[in-house]
Ligand binder design. Structure first.
Ligand code: ATP
Ligand code: MG
Ligand code: MG
Length: 555
């Protein structure tokens, strides 16, 4: 049979199944913090976690890691749910919130205090950092480290009751101030935050830290394999400490994989938020954003994003993926699926002087050259048409196979035309229209073989065309950035000032006239386009360019 190669995570799961560590259970989770919109990096984690569950007949939870009330909001919860669904994954009734475990987490902390494994520390955040030491020197023990259990219980309860100021006290695990791993030097478990939480309101003024809340949430949900990104590798001993000291049976195990980094964009929520707040983009769903909502609005399909996540695979070492691969995936997905239509983005008027005035011919045109099952449509042809300004040159260089004075080209699905005269504005000298003649013998589909032309142009009939706005997008970030983006705060210097070009006078063949938001097309010779769900209206269509037709990836 076929050998399916396995990745290192599947190898770990296979070994656990073999050793009966969790019986036959495989249970993963996707744990976003609701402090922003999901991006394509999250899609990798979603595909991985839900994909593993599906592959092993297991389960995957959606868990909101909502332990930081200052940055979180229900708006983000809602967007995350709709993005995960849109990507094609279903958590069914397994929607969880770390905040639902606040009481249990608190009781576990009491347990740790009673066992002498946690203490209330009055050092300031700066002092805690200072006492922690560095990689090369051991830490110093807090003067509060040896408080009695009774005093710790009393102080922790009063922390919860709101008696102390933010930053005045924390609860810390009592582990090892000399550990070579800084995360094990009495890490903070709880801090005081006097902010309203989007779910628990004012019920709490102490909040658990990620490193404490995450393993507990995993264990309470019966997670077997807790997959996270590589930056948490150094936190794994603490994860293991928490589940061990709290005596969970069959505790979950943390497995780290390399996060997705993509060229020509930024991916950290922190920086994406900055783009939104400083109005560099229209919002989290701006079609230039690498967010799921931005990609969706741009016209990306869930299939293309899932295919991309499959192709990049999972590994243990960080690397940079070329954004051209993502663009390749959407082309591959759309090429057989969407109709090809003719759209003139920068119009130049052409009058076909020997074509009878008032005559309209309906020409049969295939909808998708690569997929005959998509059938044909009728396309109106008449005496006055638009072609692309770029498709005409008055003084062409050699090998210019488009239209120029005296030259002949084919109009796609229609006839050969020859340029007879260039009409210019008397004052400015600007070309305002061309006068051409057509040869009725050359009608497309009749098998005319009398002579050949080298160029085929797209066009639309002026009288029948739909006027639309078309938005052309380019990459957000100009350089390919090989640096770790999290350590790179100067991304704004590399913002592409021309990432959006708006064309307001485009003409598209009438078959698109009733296109609903989210309808995708190939515009012949231009690329793939989507009806923008935000700006498009029935009477004024707005199209987003999803992607151009070719890229260096495919050359
Ligand atoms: P960011 O740094 O963009 O804020 P995050 O890791 O803080 O991302 P979370 O909401 O905590 O965002 O992420 C939820 C899950 O998605 C985590 O398990 C995280 O590891 C994973 N994830 C986030 N970014 C990436 C990425 N670029 N590649 C793969 N997985 C990612
Ligand atoms: Mg996080
Ligand atoms: Mg983050």
């Amino acid at each position: 049979g076929l050998h399916q190669p396995t990745n290192f995570i599947q190898n770990i799961i296979n070994a656990d199944l073999e050793a009966n560590v969790y019986g036959n259970r495989v249970h993963t989770r996707f744990p976003p913090e609701p402090n922003g919109y999901l991006h394509i990096g999250h899609a990798k984690s979603i595909c991985l976690n839900f994909g593993l569950a599906a592959q092993y007949n297991g389960l995957c939870n959606l868990r909101f890691d909502d332990t930081n009330p200052v940055k979180e909001d229900v708006e983000y919860v809602e967007s995350i749910k709709s993005d995960v669904k849109w990507l094609g994954f279903d958590w069914e009734d397994r929607e969880y919130y770390a905040s639902d475990y606040f009481e249990e987490m608190y009781q576990f902390a009491i347990q740790l205090i009673k066992e002498g494994k946690a203490y209330v520390c009055d050092l300031s955040p700066e002092e805690i950092r200072e006492y922690r030491g560095t990689f090369s020197e051991p830490g110093k023990e807090s003067p509060y480290r040896n408080r009695s259990v009774e005093e710790n219980l009393d102080l922790f309860q009063r922390m919860r009751a709101g008696e102390f100021e933010e930053g005045s006290r924390v609860l810390r695990a009592k582990i090892d101030m000399a550990s070579p791993n800084l995360n094990m030097r009495d890490p903070v478990l709880y801090r005081i935050v006097k902010a309203k939480h989007h779910r628990t309101g004012d019920a709490w003024c102490i909040y658990p830290m990620y490193d404490y809340a995450h393993p507990i949430s995993d264990a309470l949900e019966g997670i077997t394999h807790s997959v996270c990104t590589l930056e948490f590798e150094d936190h794994r001993p603490l994860y293991d400490w928490v589940v061990r000291e709290l005596k969970f049976e069959n505790p979950p195990k943390q497995i780290e994989f390399a996060r997705l980094n993509l060229t020509n964009t930024i991916m950290s929520k922190r920086y994406l938020r900055q783009l939104v707040e400083e109005n560099h983009v229209e919002g989290w769903d701006d079609p230039r954003m690498p967010t799921i909502s931005g990609l969706r609005r741009r016209g990306y399909t869930p299939e293309a994003i899932r295919d991309f996540c499959d192709r990049i695979g999972v590994s243990k070492s960080n690397s940079m993926v070329d954004i051209a691969l993502l663009e390749h995936c959407i082309r591959e997905d759309l090429k057989m699926k969407v109709p090809t239509v003719m759209a003139v983005l920068r119009p130049l008027k052409v009058v076909i002087t020997n074509y009878p005035e008032g005559q309209v011919e309906m020409l049969e045109a295939e909808n998708n050259a690569e997929n005959p099952e998509m059938g044909t449509r009728l396309l109106p042809f008449s005496r006055v048409i638009y072609i692309e300004q770029d498709d005409f040159m008055e003084n062409p260089p050699k090998k210019f196979f488009r239209l120029s004075p005296g030259q002949e080209v084919r109009l796609k699905h229609a006839y050969f035309i020859r340029c007879e005269e260039v009409i210019k504005d008397e004052k400015s000298g600007e070309i305002i229209e061309l006068h051409c003649t057509y040869d009725p013998e050359t009608k497309s589909g009749t098998g005319f073989a009398g002579r050949k032309v080298k160029g085929t142009l797209h066009w639309v009939s002026v009288e029948h065309a739909v006027k639309a706005q078309v938005r052309l997008y380019d990459h957000l970030i100009l350089e390919k950035d090989e640096d770790d983006q999290d350590g790179n705060a100067d991304f704004k210097a590399k913002l592409n000032p021309n990432s959006l070009e708006t064309l307001t006078e485009c003409y598209i063949e009438p078959s698109v006239s009733h296109a609903e938001p989210g309808t995708r097309y190939q515009f012949l010779r231009h690329g793939y386009f989507n009806v923008d769900p935000v700006h498009s209206t029935k009477d004024a269509l707005v199209f987003n360019r999803i992607v151009t037709l070719k890229s260096s990836w495919e050359k």
